[in-house]
Ligand binder design. Structure first.
Ligand code: COI
Length: 417
């Protein structure tokens, strides 16, 4: 892969402020984590024997048998990390200790959830999610700081987006407060799985699903809100190096009036065919176009897209077919604060191919530079040997904030300890 090591320099330096204060073209050179396979070790015995906990939303009390403890059930082992190869995390599922579960019936509100040992769940074969795809997911991350603090990034934004999606998918949803408290409880319960500073993050995956049985097409009679977590490193196999995208001209991700603007599970199954074909040809992922005029950018399978031309940064406007990414929204604000001009509007393929730089944003991908785009057989490369200095700068600013290495002037960080 061309210019593989170049985006590498984007790890914020522990103890240093890396948040650059204006449109700067200065690259930061630091070492990337190397990506290899993960060695998973089973739980230590003391964790295997740990009992079932119940946490009550609204206060942080956890019921452990007869006694209540405030804070994490794993707080007594906070300094003890899971025994895995922290230097080689990728973006793969790794089971952890606890998951969170909360149920409610149709027409009612979620009221009380609990932490449970992580494990398989039982569903009726007739569950709404299995038969008719009535489900949503979210994604956010927790970072461990050098001082032991644990940081969440804008969790209330995920809660709000889940509520909007639930409304579209005819599901009840937890309140913003319930969502955030449940996320905090799940992260603290799995504290030993949060990577050491600079090694990655704990990916948090909330799910909302129609878990009740239906046969005729209708909203399910019962819903389950569930959160599980997994330690992760970089999303793309390229690591932090630029990715290579292909523009898909036949298959579409979303349609006007459809569900492209919410994080429903079916949106992701719908892209697998084009994504698999692209990967088989050596591309990193697929960039989708609007399904009406087939010439305006929508998004990549798992992330939003931005183009850069001089001091101007442009991203497709949110109009029902594009997921309103929280990283997307944050990068827009960070870019404006750094003196860039930002526009949300239609972006044509011609404009894309003429850009100085292209990058993707998402919780999982963070800010991922694009090294090349292929459209109808024509391949265009970006930046200086694939390196996008604007994406470098924005990546650095965002991750410095998320990891607690720069001052949170935006008020986006939620500290857990
Ligand atoms: C995320 O970025 O968190 C997502 O939900 C995308 C997913 C396909 C990994």
């Amino acid at each position: 892969m061309e210019s593989a090591a170049v985006f590498a320099g984007l790890h914020p330096i522990p103890g240093h402020h890396n948040h650059l204060l204006g449109p700067s073209r200065t690259a930061i050179k630091l070492l990337p984590p190397s990506i290899d396979k993960i060695n998973f070790s089973p739980l230590p015995l003391k964790f295997q024997k740990q009992s079932h906990f119940t946490s009550y939303i609204g206060n942080s009390a956890i019921n452990s048998g007869n006694s209540f403890r405030v804070a994490s059930p794993a707080s007594d082992v906070a300094s003890e990390l899971a025994d895995i190869d922290w230097d080689n995390l990728g973006f793969g599922f790794m089971p952890t200790d606890y998951m969170y579960s909360m149920k409610c019936s149709q027409g009612e509100n979620f009221s009380k959830g609990e932490l449970q040992r992580f494990g398989n769940i039982e569903l009726s074969p007739s569950a709404g999610i299995l038969n008719y795809g009535q489900g949503l997911f979210e994604g956010l991350k927790a970072y461990r700081k050098h001082d032991g603090n644990i940081l969440l990034f804008r969790p209330e934004e995920n809660a709000t987006r889940l509520k909007m999606g639930a409304e579209r998918m005819c599901m009840p949803s937890p309140s913003v407060e319930q969502f955030v408290e449940a996320v905090k409880a799940t992260v603290l319960a799995n504290e030993r799985w949060i990577p050491p500073p600079g090694k990655g993050s704990l990916y948090i995956r909330p799910l909302l699903m129609g878990s009740g049985a239906v046969l005729g097409l209708a909203p399910a009679p019962e819903y389950t809100f569930l959160i599980y977590v997994s330690p992760v490193g970089n999303y793309f196999k390229e690591g932090l190096a630029p990715i290579n995208l292909v523009v898909e001209t036949e298959m579409h991700r979303a349609t006007p009036g459809g569900t492209g603007g919410v994080k429903t599970i079916g949106n992701y199954a719908a892209v697998l065919k084009a994504q698999s074909a692209a990967k088989a040809k050596g591309y990193s992922d697929v960039l989708y176009l609007d399904c009406v005029q087939k010439k305006y950018l929508e998004e990549v399978s798992s992330c939003n897209v931005f183009i850069v031309k001089g001091n101007l940064i442009v991203t497709p406007a949110i109009k029902g077919t594009i997921l309103p990414g929280i990283t997307r929204k944050s990068i827009i604000d960070v870019a404006i604060s750094q003196g860039f001009e930002v526009e949300e509007r239609q972006v044509s393929v011609d404009e894309l191919l003429d850009a100085d730089e292209v990058f993707c944003t998402g919780t999982a991908v963070v800010v991922s530079p694009v090294g090349s785009i292929t459209h109808q057989g024509r391949r265009v490369t970006y930046g200086n040997d694939g390196v996008g200095l604007v994406s470098q700068q924005l990546y650095s600013a965002l991750t410095s904030l998320q990891m607690g290495l720069s001052e949170d002037k935006m008020g986006w960080i939620v500290e857990l300890k």
